[in-house]
Design a protein around this ligand. Sequence first.
Ligand code: M6R
Length: 612
Amino acid sequence: MCGIVGYTGHRQAYPVILKGLKRLEYRGYDSSGVALLHNQNLQVHKKKGKVADLEETLIGKNLEAQIGIGHTRWATHGEPSDRNAHPHLSSGGEIAMIHNGIIENYALIKQELVNKGYSFTSDTDTEVLLNFIEDIKKNNECSLEDAVRIALKRVTGAYCILLIEQSNPDTIIAARKGSPLVIGIGKGEHFLASDASPIIEYTKEVVYVNDYELAIVKPDELILKNLGNEKITPFITKLDMELAAIEKGGYEHFMLKEIFEQPNTIFDCLRGRLDAKEGMIRMSGVDLNIEAINKANRIMIVACGTSWHAGLVAEYIIEELCRIPVEVEYASEFRYRNPIIHPGDIIIAISQSGETADTLVALEKAKEKGAFIFGVVNAVGSSIARISNAGAYTHAGPEIGVASTKAFTGQLAVLMMVALNIAINKGTITQERYKELLVELEAVPEKAQAILKNANELKVIAEKYKDAHDFLFLGRGYNFPIALEGALKLKEISYIHAEGYPAAEMKHGPIALVDENLPVVFIATQDVYHEKIVSNMQEIKARKGKIISIITEGDKTSPTLSDDCFSIPPADEIIAPILSVIPLQLLSYYVGIAKGTDVDKPRNLAKSVTVE
Ligand code: M6R
């Protein structure tokens, strides 16, 4: 949550920062602001609303500066407003700071500062930390760097902070714990950001700053230290990402672009790993650790949101193919209870961003207890990728739309390959079935393409149901998690209340909601449950509910019970969820568009939830 950008070098800082903030807006868009330093003049501009609102207020202003910091906010402490927007200025007006994260003991520190006579202009924990730093600097007559180091030893919580000060014309001080920070290395210039998207246009050489590290960044110099003031050699990584990947490429929204990218992103995910002709899957993360995996008595899957839904699909598939018991946990629950973890337990962590705070902390705890972490992550070099003992990237490319789409199908593709790989190694699947599923998986990109060709049909359905107040999504077996995902997508994008349920569970309560105004979406593709789900449709029809069904081409029964149908190509029931979710993504997108919501930046949400 919150996006941060910093620049020091030979260019004008404001355009670099502004562009960077627009790229990071998916991380939060309640307010934004910049601090620019030129000739010892520190100017701060901030505005409630989106980055475009800030940009508008700054038209015509003199923004000359070659060093600056900028922030786009997802509110935690204090409502979205101009005064709570970052950057904050210290009481003395000499230091400006931006912050991503939460300072948990801010109230205690604030009280100490109030007792010393400090007053505050915002409700934020950030302003507290900033004045705490200023106070330490004054009292100890030390440098800003030293003051930051001393302050950070006292704070608990998560942070990535960037600071500039009036008396230091070219230096940014940065530090992180729990919230991401990437530093791009240019010629006579450095770029700082929450992820690589604001940097990639200028340089591909980056340093991922680790927790408890502090960076002193000047145009020609990058010094990394730990909080004990010892120097650390920066580890330079080459970015494997192109600028086009983070632009809309002619689509009206990132979400639509990302939905339509899926044939390619799934292909990229399978490429080099799955070889149906040879009848094999190569995944070094699994292959190199196969003994540990084979020994596991159970697998735990830890994730949040859409990634948690991918985990549920994986539970069904791993138990079926590998005969290993699987438990799927919400990371936010797992981290606070006292889960039973034995050394050698396998935990699969699923995350698009690789920065979700709940997931990250859950993994840290599990790792401390000796668990082996297998990461299924999209963002290369992210915190979860780095904390994992092994893993497999989803290779879906940057996902900018707040609603996760292509990352989800990438997660499913990876998890299916992981399950197949384990199963063939454990001998819990026959060679014949294994090869059959490899062929099925290899065919997914082409089938996804076929679904997307008919996207307009979903636009028509969306128009018809856009005014409904509630939706019910029902599925069974492998498609039950897809029902949950369909409901989550619709809620996020259109703000329509939606519930996902196992279709048979519906009669234990939700059926009371059914009347002629309730659209019920059935994920009713051909599988062993098909007859059962047809009976569930009958039950809804008998109560006058409106039925929208996602079916397999050639299904003759479901259309007779449905008000609207969308067909997808036939696929093995284990593979079908990667395909059956695509129409649901499109349905939510088109309902959102019909209702006029901001589909790429739905209200109250942020792409990367780096606070608990
Ligand atoms: O980056 P992660 O996959 O760890 O994020 C987890 C959830 O925050 C995320 O899936 C969220 O539910 C999405 N907005 C869903 O579209």
